[in-house]
Design a protein. Structure first.
Ligand SMILES: Cc1ncc(C[n+]2csc(CCOP(=O)(O)OP(=O)(O)O)c2C)c(N)n1
Ligand SMILES: Cc1ncc(C[n+]2csc(CCOP(=O)(O)OP(=O)(O)O)c2C)c(N)n1
Ligand SMILES: [Mg+2]
Ligand SMILES: [Mg+2]
Lengths: 332, 315, 332, 315
């Protein structure tokens, strides 16, 4: 701890808090709202220290009334604030979807640009720890399907910081989907890596054998699979971290697949009608006559997320599942 | 008082003339989609918005034309919007249920029952935090109070001491359902006070003088930091829920009684007492002209350019 | 009217009311709930006559409190009723998604079959009539992405009847998505066509040039495009009406595409991250090395649905757009 | 009365012993996920569910173990569920936040705050329409009353005259937030009556005798067709929000005062007055044994078969 700790790059969750702190400091119109984001510093510490630093008028603890809070945030955004509102678990979108989907996403359009909508919906997902069926869903496909919403899914601390700051600066609505299983991770290159804007994918690992497209925690699972002691050690994969689903950097994906000739999209969301279908279909639409190899998807199986660790592991993708899918891809 | 009454009469006459033309244009197939007009409820819009300043903000409902006009939206641009023209308030992309004019504080009608209420609370919170001096008004129908949105919005408004006035237009019906049949327990005012609102008052929504009086008081108190409050305006819509609804679910005698109390006629009596009865007819005549011109301009306006269909997506 | 009317096959909306009436008559546990489903007979007449016939205890007018009503319907289903609850417009799912997604879809699973969930969520969509951005959305992809939900989308009166009855008989949760622009249409073969179960696609039109996969109103648009006076007159299309997205009859689609060599998925939902992506990806996964031709999608453009008729027509797919897409497909 | 007290003491002792083992097993890494225990709130579960019949139904929350046990769920199967075993009440697929046993009327815990309340209303409606004679109880925390779900559920219950009793366990905190800090306006009971509930009563939630008395009355009245009603049980959780939460946000003196009023100790005093103090120690000893066996059985039970992961999807 102490000095050592202070000079280490921040953990993902600290990067979130830092981004919020920097935005709150830079712009009086930024406010943070949500259940327990204030004095408690957030259920996972993502707002730690902000309440003390910026006070209860700007870092606002709310009752458990998410639909109302999000609706109010929409109104506040139209009236000049830049609210960052937290939905504690992505699963809770079901109780507060209207302000996101029917209001924030549509009002700038329905008013032909008459209103700005500088609002950020922060939420987090992260299966694999027996959180149960109502605390484990990855619902980014639902959001990406709604025109007017941007969807950011930072896969490490660096992106957690950069994408959140970009989201707060955006004059339109952005949903930022964090991953609680990354909250304690540090990006060792936090200080050296150049920030990338939203809409730009990142080649995490260059390779020629096949392209894997991922985001969020699955980026990390692929990296683990490719590690020297991982099940894909020695396989020359190219790994693309999409970082944002909307806007979507299809070009980087396409260039990669042109090079490798095959593609696998990996996500924690359910495969069926999931986000990977769009990526796969877009790749095929662009490259049907240019690449030979298969385009495949790996996501969660079609069940609610079960509680028991063995069952959950059977349902969610992980490094081993990725390895198996990649091998099938290389053979296919 | 008289200046205010005259202003409100002018507003009411304008709303009436506007809505009558909307209803006609809809019947004639010139306005697409569906429209909900506010004929019979003009005194609420006029009295409430009359008490507001330009910087103040409102959110309204599917039945929002009157509120928008009263808050200062341009009738020509509104009519063009309903006709789906490029010159509309929303460039033809919003329509009746999404009509808005943020430049005069109209943050939008809404197609989702209840959705506008928390939006107004948030706008009020922003005004408070930014010390703009503005307040917000949330218009909603009486059918809306059972929704979670109403409950959560009132809870937050009180907690945040947000400068917002909730205006419940009680026109007795929610679509085809008699709202009395859905009501149990204490009356709205009592419940509203239970949330900790600073005040809750019922007002004759067909009497512009009464509405304006209550509104002026509520707005002033709220602006002065007195906390959020609620007005329940008792009124009636002369037409069906939407244009085309024959409203067969209503009692004819009741409707007749309400028609007797047409807010324009109530205003006429008030003007008469002040010896200014002529003002109503003058206002109506002027409004007829204004709204005829609005229709003509809308008809003459071009449709939105096709490329606008993909503009302003997400801001 | 009169005799003539009585012997004609029912309109789509009448088929809905008939299915509900038949189920209400057959089983005392069936109840119908929703805003204005009672005395008013529904906003579009889909429950007309039921209130008179079965009384207010079984055909229940509710306040505008959809989340509560749907939650209650979930409880009622667990306690022995078979509720059919109406969400007046599909767009309103945003205010009441939790009972569908986190409760009804998951409870049978979370209890390992401990509860039955015989519940039907009836709703309707149907763009193209200037209903505005909040009354025009086709959100079936959102539902189909949630394991545990079945999703039926009847494309004509016959299916409206059959699929709704099947939904009510199902012991799991089913969302039935009607289309208001079909409500006045009759299926002339209503009495002669054999009922098909859910999970079985229907070949509406056999052909060899290309496969078009559709559902809901788009089936009709394709038929119109193929009519003698339509823009695709003379093109030998095969048209597959999927009828239900969950369960998905991929086999019928695959067999058709094997035959025709190319496929177009058409839907009214937004293309991006839409339901067509899943169908397209599944076809490619199954047939990548078996068919040469392209697999394409046609859905709504990526904007909220605009109000002005010209703009709305520019955004939503229609017979002409389908014709253009089919021509591109045949050339591709 | 004495038989009931003895029954409730037995229930409380069982809940305490169950929860203590859950907390320990979680600390030891034998229970995955997160768990919210109800230590300190046992009298509410015992008193309310003690007044229910087997056919009656309950919905509960993330803090639901006690309610399930009190309603008759098997402790062994529950423990196995928390351990994620095949023999669990939900075959290991639900877990703490989704524990359920429909065979004894437990329609489920819930991970979504507020979601269980309308579910109970609907279960009650079904009981009424099917004339089963059953009633339903919705358990919820005080932090839940601001949610739209609460508002809509109460509205529907009254409208439908559904035989449901709402039990609000007021343990002062919602996660890390003092619920007083989020409260404005009239107290809960007053607001509840505003919805038209037949009755609303506050009860000492740490006194099993008081809870049972109020519950018996409420349940009987509701079953007799007297309409829905609400009980607010004042209580306190001894542990943090979830296991692992040090609960540093609480006032130590307040916590100490509540520990003094541990429901088991309150029950001891009541037993003593009746000359039956020994019953508590006997109950606790029996419970320790029962729950040790539950843990042992859970530990010995197999994990769920992998194929069960794809069973029961959608019914
Ligand atoms: C969430 C939601 N549910 C249902 C509807 C359909 N709907 C539109 S207006 C209306 C009735 C509203 O009644 P009230 O609030 O009294 O307003 P009024 O029409 O009387 O002005 C309903 C049910 C909707 N638009 N949104
Ligand atoms: C819709 C929703 N919002 C937030 C949460 C996170 N959460 C879980 S428990 C809880 C506090 C509940 O407080 P209370 O109702 O008083 O119950 P208690 O924990 O005190 O028993 C919160 C905010 C959730 N599970 N669901
Ligand atoms: Mg009304
Ligand atoms: Mg609590």
């Amino acid at each position: 701890m102490g000095d050592r700790e202070a000079t280490r790059p921040p953990r993902y969750v600290e990067a979130v808090a830092r981004a919020l702190g920097d935005e709150l400091a830079a712009d009086d119109d930024v406010v943070v709202l949500g259940v327990d984001v204030g004095a408690a510093g957030g259920a996972y510490g993502a707002t730690r220290g902000l309440h003390e630093r910026f006070g209860p008028a700007r870092v606002i603890d709310t009752p458990i009334a998410e639909a109302g809070v999000l609706g109010a945030a929409v109104g506040a955004a139209m009236a000049g604030l830049r609210p960052v509102v937290e939905i504690m678990y992505m699963d809770f979108l079901t109780v507060c979807l209207d302000p996101i989907v029917n209001q924030a996403a549509k009002l700038p359009y329905m008013t032909a640009g008459g209103v700005r909508m500088p609002i950020v919906f922060r939420t987090q997902t992260g299966g694999g720890r027996s959180s149960g069926a109502q605390h484990s869903q990855s619902l980014e496909a639902v959001l990406a399907h709604v025109p007017g919403l941007k969807v950011f899914l930072p896969g490490d601390a660096r992106d957690a910081y950069d994408l959140l700051r970009a989201a707060v600066r955006d004059d339109g609505p952005v949903v930022v989907v964090e991953n609680r299983r990354l909250y304690n991770r540090r990006a060792e290159d936090f200080d050296s890596r150049a920030p990338l804007p939203p809409g730009r994918a990142r080649i995490v690992r260059a390779g020629t054998a096949a392209t894997v497209v991922a985001w969020g925690r699955m980026v990390d699972e692929v990296v683990r699979a490719c590690a020297d002691d991982g099940p894909l050690a020695g396989v020359d994969l190219e790994l693309v971290d999409l970082r944002t689903l909307v806007p979507l950097d299809l070009e980087t994906v396409v260039q990669s697949v042109l090079k490798t000739g095959r593609a696998l999209v990996v996500h924690e969301a359910v495969t069926a009608f999931g986000p990977g279908a769009e990526i796969a279909a877009r790749i095929d639409e662009r490259l049907r006559y240019d690449v030979e190899g298969p385009i495949r998807r790996l996501g969660a199986l079609a069940s609610p997320v079960p509680y028991a660790p063995q069952l959950e592991a059977a349902v969610l993708p992980d490094a081993d599942g990725i390895a198996a899918a990649v091998r099938a891809l290389l053979e296919g | 008082m008289s200046a205010e009454l005259l202003a409100d009469v002018t507003t009411m006459a304008r709303i009436r003339a506007f809505e009558e033309r909307v209803a006609r244009a809809f019947r004639d197939g010139r306005i697409p989609g569906f429209v909900h007009v506010s004929i019979g409820q003009e005194a609420v819009a006029a009295g409430i918005c009359g008490a507001l300043e330009r910087r103040d903000m409102i959110t309204t409902t599917h039945r929002g034309h009157g509120h928008c006009l009263a808050k200062g939206a341009d009738a020509g641009a509104m009519m063009a919007e309903l006709f789906g023209r490029a010159t509309g308030t929303c460039g033809g992309k919003g329509g009746s249920m999404h009509i808005a004019d943020p430049s005069v504080g109209v943050l939008g009608a809404n197609g989702i029952v209840g959705a506008g209420i928390p939006i107004a609370v948030g706008a009020a919170l922003a005004a408070k935090l930014r010390r703009s001096g503005a307040i917000a008004v949330a218009f909603a129908g009486e059918g809306t109070v059972h929704s979670g949105a109403f409950h959560e919005a009132l809870t937050l408004a009180v907690l945040w001491e947000a400068p917002v006035v909730f205006v419940i237009e009680n026109n007795r019906f929610a679509e085809f359902t008699d709202s009395e049949a859905m009501w149990r327990g204490a009356p709205l005012l009592e419940r509203a006070l239970g949330y900790g609102l600073a005040a809750a008052e019922r007002v004759d929504g067909n009497d512009a003088v009464a509405v304006r009086g209550a509104a002026a008081e509520a707005v002033a108190a709220t602006r002065a930091g007195g906390g959020p409050r609620l007005l329940e305006a008792m009124t009636y819509r002369h037409h069906g829920h939407y244009e085309g609804d024959p409203a067969a679910y209503r009692d004819e005698a009741e409707t007749a009684a309400w028609l007797e109390r047409d807010p324009l006629e109530v205003a006429r009596r008030a003007l008469r007492e002040r010896g200014e009865e002529g003002a109503l007819d003058a206002a109506r005549a002027a409004a007829e002209e204004e709204m005829d011109a609005a229709v003509a301009a809308a008809l003459a306006a071009p449709p939105p350019p096709l490329e606008s269909a993909l503009e302003h997506v997400g801001g």
